[in-house]
Design a protein around this ligand. Structure first.
Ligand code: PEP
Length: 247
């Protein structure tokens, strides 16, 4: 995977005027950017951001998708609805959804399946808690999380993106060291290689307090194919610095 992929996760942030200002700021600085880029926005802003990104190299993403196609699932948003707004990527299994909404490995795998069935690339998040890391369970946890997705989507597993996001690093200001990230990415790479002959197509992103200051070192690791960025994606100057570091 030579061209890096940088994805902004806006989480529960934004508003009509704030989105416009952020995307205006990004547009003005995109000249030197050569990597692939996406922003995953809250569902109500998909239509607005789709319009604002018209003609931009940044593509549109969502932060979640239903595991169901249609029907009596109040509050859910289906993959075909996301597709109607030109969504190209969708985060599934973010640690905040696993933690606060009780999403299981199996549910995450079904969400990835819905995205894939509608031509949307799922960004499958995996990562261990601090307690699990300290107990020496990091490898087992991320492999178990990814195995569920491989089990459900084996035939098209080369179409996914994986994001390694240690929970202790997400939104905390604490970043995995480049060596820690590389070590887990290599484990995930080996697992993907065992599942598909096209493993080289699968980007493995690092996420967890990646910012303008640490992005270059993390992105220099051989198995770090890009980044999933939360807080630093909300400031145009910081996100642009990361995009440049990946270019
Ligand atoms: C994320 O939300 O996926 C994330 C990595 O957040 P942050 O960059 O703020 O740690």
């Amino acid at each position: 995977m030579s061209t890096k992929l940088i994805v902004g996760n806006w989480k529960l942030n934004g508003g009509l005027s704030a989105n416009q200002a952020l995307l205006d700021g990004l547009r003005d600085g995109l000249g030197a950017v050569r990597c692939r880029a996406a922003v995953c926005v809250p569902h109500p802003y998909l239509a607005q951001v789709q319009l604002l990104l018209a003609g931009s190299p940044i593509v549109l993403g969502a932060q979640d998708v239903s595991a169901h196609t249609a029907g009596a699932y109040t509050g859910e948003v289906s993959a075909s609805m996301l597709r109607d707004f030109g969504v190209r990527y969708c985060i599934v299994g973010h640690s905040e959804r696993r933690q606060y909404h009780g999403e299981s490995d199996e549910l995450v795998a079904l969400k990835a399946k819905q995205a894939l069935a509608h031509g949307i690339t799922p960004i499958v998040c995996v990562g261990e808690s601090l307690a699990q890391r300290e107990a020496g369970q990091t490898e087992a946890v991320v492999k178990r999380q990814l195995a569920a997705v491989i089990h459900e989507n084996g035939h098209c597993i080369s179409e996914i993106v994986v994001a390694y996001e240690p929970i202790w690093a997400v939104g905390t200001g604490i970043t995995a060291s480049p060596e820690q990230a590389q070590q887990v990415h290599a484990v995930l790479r080996a697992q993907i290689k065992a599942a598909t002959a096209h493993a080289e197509r699968v980007a493995i992103l690092y996420g967890g307090s990646m910012n303008a200051a640490n992005a270059s070192d993390l992105l220099a690791q051989p198995d770090v194919d890009g980044g999933l960025i939360g807080g630093a994606a909300l400031k145009a100057a910081d996100f642009l610095t990361i995009l440049r570091a990946a270019s």
